[in-house]
Write a protein that binds this ligand. Structure first.
Ligand code: PXG
Length: 290
């Protein structure tokens, strides 16, 4: 028997979990999602992720047929059914089944599913030695056209960037805004350390304000590391002493090379290592028990 997934109110075997080809999540990317982690039986930042899911849904006028409390409960139930202590949790809500037109009014019931599975992280080597990333030609979506705070099922912008990074032989893509400022990577936010100060692009650079990003800023404040948002150029990145990425899947991943330029000493720096340690502690102590 495979893993159980939550699908529209029921726990079913993953091999039996099916969604219609008329689902607008599939036909149009009309839906929203979240990626969450659990560590040693603690769900990390569950309320923050559920809040963000409901905010994304509200903006696209998608009414989720569960309360936030019921959604959190469904996450717990799914994890328990699979006896997973360390999991990657994917929450998806789509517009549901409709016809072949765009009109969301034709979809009367949203599709809700929750997958809990083992996680595939970057290999351990990445956390010791750091990543090499490259700037890709595809700019991040114009936030005026599609606000990246909406975590929608439409990730082609990021997927194109990922393909460009892979084609260039790099592990991850650095995406710029349409104006050429540093935005983020395909599923991670970016930070640099410049003369002891932690810097990261603000929301108006066209980024998703990541939950891990928020945690890292709080950890920095606690550790008395000055931290602020600032519009950054590639020049700022090339000349930083340290650089790292943050995301639910990646956690904190050091970056040691950007577009062929070595960053700092070419190995994970002291601020990065301190924050990685503090973050690890946080994941093991804070969270919703199940
Ligand atoms: N930027 C974008 C565009 C993202 O999609 C982040 C930043 C980091 O946000 P959090 O809240 O996770 O700190 C994301 C995260 C994955 C994966 O498995 C991650 C995301 C989406 C899809 C897959 O790495 N989103």
């Amino acid at each position: 028997m495979g893993l159980k997934v939550y699908l529209n109110g029921k726990l079913v075997d993953s091999s039996q979990a099916q969604v219609s080809i008329y689902d607008h999540g599939l036909l149009y990317g009309d839906g929203v999602f979240e990626g969450i982690r659990s560590y040693d039986g603690l769900i990390f930042q569950l309320a923050e992720h559920v809040d963000r899911l409901y905010e994304s849904a509200h903006t696209i006028m998608l009414k989720i047929p569960l309360s936030q409390k019921e959604m959190a409960r469904a996450v717990v139930d799914t994890l328990r059914a699979n006896r997973l202590k360390n999991a990657y949790i994917r929450l998806v809500v789509t517009r549901g089944v409709g016809d072949l037109g765009l009109d969301p009014r034709k979809c009367d019931k949203p599709t809700v599913f929750i997958i809990t599975d083992k996680i595939v992280l970057y290999p351990e080597r990445i956390y010791k030695e750091g990543l090499a990333i490259v700037t890709v030609p595809t700019p991040r979506n114009l936030p005026e056209a599609l606000n990246p705070q909406i975590k929608s099922l439409n990730y082609l912008n990021n997927i194109l960037a990922k393909i460009e990074a892979i084609n260039a032989g790099a592990e991850e893509a650095l995406m710029l805004s349409a104006h050429g400022y540093v935005a983020e990577c395909t599923g991670e936010n970016l930070f640099i350390v410049r003369h002891g100060t932690l810097l990261t692009p603000p929301a108006h650079a066209g980024i998703l304000k990541g939950i891990t990003r928020g945690c890292v800023i709080q950890l920095a404040v606690k550790a008395k590391i000055p931290a602020r948002e600032e519009m950054l150029t590639r020049h700022d990145l090339y000349n930083a002493q340290e650089c790292f990425l943050t995301g639910t899947a990646a956690e904190i991943a050091p970056v040691v090379q950007i577009d062929g330029r070595r960053i700092g000493a070419g190995s994970p720096g002291p601020v990065t290592l301190k924050l990685m340690g503090d973050f690890k502690k946080l994941t093991k102590t804070a969270g919703v028990k199940y």
